[in-house]
Write a protein that binds this ligand. Structure first.
Ligand SMILES: [Zn+2]
Length: 481
């Protein structure tokens, strides 16, 4: 599995233990004790919930906890502090942290159609935990990078800015190797069977992931797919396991799917990106809740994360980031910022703004790659303070002054009611009054997304005949951006 890595690490850390893997029963080197594993996972889970929003929808949270806990309890490690949380994130994703915390997104739930499908994803993630994949893969140092979004940046030293600029924008996910993925699939299947979930739903889940072209509007692949290779391959393996059960005479029809319960629990969830969390039109960012508007240079890469908004010159020559500033006034916020280590040549400058009180300064920052130059402004808008920080890569100091001033000059209060009142589309579960085809459903119960997307989220094909009383998802409402 990870033998090379383990033995290299073993040579360095002489006290590494050789322990039995609880899920696989095999002996393996482990650099992390169970206590450490749990502690690391809890610490990382706090970072996740601090930097991402937990979904406010009790029926969905309750369902995910119930389906997850049922399987965790029949796993090889029932006594870990298991915890299952739905994040309010449109990306199609699920991930596990060492020792028990498991996260799944609103995005992936809106694409599922039964509790058994949900069980297939949660079972897989539980498998990563019980087989100690992350614990065996990671040192604490690697873990420290997980979940370090650009979010915590105010409290970090200047040295870290350059690192962020180079990595691009923070990525939360761990990648496991192919063998680990296969093993997690196998373990997930085991837990599904123990609880009595219909394994055929796992096949549907993989097929859905294959069809989903994008987890978001930018057409990026769903996160879960990019960290979980070959859904087609996995669908085939799941299918092979199903055939084995058939051959053994297991009556699959007697197993649980809980389609109706699932759909009732996700009825009313937002679908796709929620514009209330902020959205871009061209290079201008709007945040309806904060009434904040800001424009970045044309053609820059942008990312809107819960605690930070960032834009990056495509070749990494400069980075601008915006976040809520802490302190009683701009002066105090700026002083707190520069109290971090690594800054030199800090000079206050005047940067014109069209908003309330502001303070600005230019600075040099010591990084691993050498000294970089930056400029920052703390400004006030509608009683909130924001810090805008511009950092230039080495050899490109001229990027700072012009760009920073341009971005600061673009900050405005949003007054357009169409933007202030914008809403996300929602999943609406419809009970069919009569039998109809999938296409008829689409014309009789129109959605704000194309037919093909409605088919994918319902696991339907063109021409599928639906029965009277069937529950089908429709995507309604929302405001065009
Ligand atoms: Zn996985």
């Amino acid at each position: 599995m990870r033998r090379t890595r383990c033995s290299v690490a073993f040579a360095v850390v002489a006290l590494a233990a050789c322990a039995t893997n609880p899920a696989t029963g095999k002996r393996q080197f482990s650099l992390v004790s169970e206590g450490d594993e749990v502690a690391i996972g809890q610490e990382e889970a706090q970072k996740v919930t601090a930097s991402m929003t937990v979904l406010q929808h009790q029926p969905a949270q309750d369902m995910v906890k119930r389906v997850g806990m049922d399987m965790a309890k029949v796993s090889e490690r029932p006594d870990l502090p298991w915890n299952f949380t739905v994040l309010d994130d449109p990306v199609v994703n699920a991930f596990a942290l060492p020792g028990g915390p498991i996260f799944i997104t609103r995005g992936i739930l809106t694409y599922m159609n039964s509790e058994a499908e949900l069980a297939s994803v949660l079972g897989h993630e539980i498998g990563h935990v019980t087989a100690r994949h992350s614990a065996s893969q990671m040192t604490k140092q690697q873990m420290a990078q997980v979940g370090v979004g650009v979010a915590s940046v105010v409290s970090q030293t200047a040295a870290q800015y350059a690192g962020i600029a180079q990595q691009g924008l923070g990525i939360l996910m761990l990648k496991y190797g192919r063998d680990d993925e296969k093993q997690a699939d196998g373990l997930g299947f085991r837990y599904m069977m123990k609880v009595g979930w219909d394994p055929r739903e796992a096949v549907k889940m993989f097929q859905m992931l294959q069809k989903t072209s994008g987890g978001d509007k930018e057409g990026r692949p769903p996160e879960w797919m990019s960290t979980h290779p070959d859904p087609g391959d996995r669908a085939q393996r799941a299918e092979a396991r199903r055939k084995e059960l058939d051959a053994k005479g297991v009556n699959l029809d007697s197993l649980k799917r809980n389609r109706e319960q699932f759909l009732r629990a996700i009825d009313g969830l937002s679908f796709g990106e929620d514009p209330r969390d902020g959205f871009f039109r061209g290079s201008t960012f709007y945040h309806p809740g904060l009434a904040l508007q800001i424009t970045f240079p044309e053609g820059w890469q942008t990312a809107n994360q819960p605690q930070v908004l960032a834009a990056r010159e495509p070749n990494g020559k400069a980075l601008v980031q915006v976040q809520v500033a802490k302190g009683a006034n701009p002066d105090e916020a700026l002083r707190a910022f520069f109290s971090n280590q690594g800054f030199s040549n800090v000079r206050e400058v005047q940067v014109p703004t069209s908003t309330g009180a502001s303070r600005s300064a230019v600075f040099d920052a010591q990084t691993q790659q050498g000294v970089v130059q930056g400029e920052t402004t703390v400004l006030t808008l509608k009683g909130r303070m924001y810090q805008v920080l511009t950092v230039a890569a080495q050899g490109n100091p001229q990027a700072v002054d012009g760009i920073h001033r341009q971005v600061i000059g673009s900050v405005k209060e949003v007054t357009d009611p169409a933007i202030l009142n914008i809403k996300a589309p929602q999943v609406k579960v419809v009970q069919l009054p009569r039998a109809m085809s999938a296409e008829e459903f689409y014309s009789q119960f129109p959605s704000v997304v194309p037919l093909d997307e409605v088919l994918v989220i319902n696991g339907l094909d063109r021409g599928t005949q639906l029965k009277q009383g069937d529950l089908v998802k429709q995507i309604v409402g929302g405001t065009a951006r």
